[in-house]
Design a protein around this ligand. Structure first.
Ligand SMILES: Nc1ncnc2c1ncn2[C@@H]1O[C@H](COP(=O)(O)OP(=O)(O)OP(=O)(O)O)[C@@H](O)[C@H]1O
Length: 228
């Protein structure tokens, strides 16, 4: 569960990024975050990982109150939150397999369980046969599928995807959405910031619209609501 109450955040340069956010997201929901460029969507996501800290307000993520979180507890929070970005962010010199196993080795899993889990998540994204490839040898859509596999390898309760289809063609984007829905169907909360009108209007989910650091709309099975 995610709960944000009265979240305000101003960057050091004086830009007000969040201006009183109040929202609750239950475990297992699928939520689109929409809104104009610069509205505060990425900042909102960063708050959930404690990459940014609010000036005021209370945030609870996976039952942890982030305001009391000690520095040494931050890695535990992040293990329980998978992150997917528009630009994939794979490690270019590592194979597909290593990009994923690397995320698991950090939490001291046994070699056998790492192997099993890597192949399991590669199977889920349909890339078992590309385990030995390096990112440069993959298409954009395949790279994003690896990034998703890596993000869920630790079985996080929450997956945040920041414009996951932003660099992909429409057909590949639908494939990514199918995978995100499958992950959501296993009980993982998915929060996806997007500018894709087509996706939001076709695959109906909760829509939270942010403008100027404020939630201006929060609808069950909502519409994108902006011009393409
Ligand atoms: N590190 C930073 N330092 C200063 N200002 C920032 C920083 N990051 C973002 N901002 C500003 O904060 C505001 C919110 O930015 P944010 O990235 O959250 O918007 P966004 O809704 O994700 O935009 P986009 O859809 O373009 O990704 C913008 O005005 C942006 O310029």
């Amino acid at each position: 569960m995610i709960d944000m109450q009265d979240i305000y955040m101003t960057y050091p340069n004086g830009v007000v990024a969040l201006n009183g956010i109040n929202v609750t997201i239950e475990q297992g929901e699928f939520v689109y975050i929409v809104g104009p460029s610069g509205a505060g969507k990425s900042t909102f996501s960063k708050m959930l990982l404690r990459e940014e800290v609010p000036d005021r307000g209370r945030i609870i993520v996976n039952n942890k109150d982030l305001s009391n979180l000690k520095m040494k507890e931050i890695p535990y929070l992040r293990r329980d939150v998978g992150m997917v970005y528009q630009d994939f962010r794979l490690l270019p010199r590592l194979t597909v397999y290593e990009n994923i196993s690397f995320a698991l080795e950090v939490i001291e899993e046994s070699p056998k369980s790492i192997r099993r889990r890597v192949m399991e998540v590669l199977d889920l994204v349909g890339l078992k046969n590309k385990a030995r490839f390096i990112p440069d040898e993959l298409s954009g859509g395949e790279q994003q599928r690896v990034a998703i596999a890596r993000a869920i390898a630790n079985r996080p309760q929450l997956l945040i995807a920041d414009e996951p289809t932003g660099n992909l063609d429409p057909e590949t984007s639908w494939e990514i959405m199918r995978i995100l829905e499958e992950i959501n169907n296993t009980g993982t909360t998915v929060i996806m910031a997007t500018h894709s009108r087509e996706i939001v209007n076709a695959i109906k989910k909760r829509v939270i619209a942010i403008e100027d650091g404020l939630i201006v709309r929060d609808e069950h099975r909502g519409e994108y609501g902006y011009e393409a």
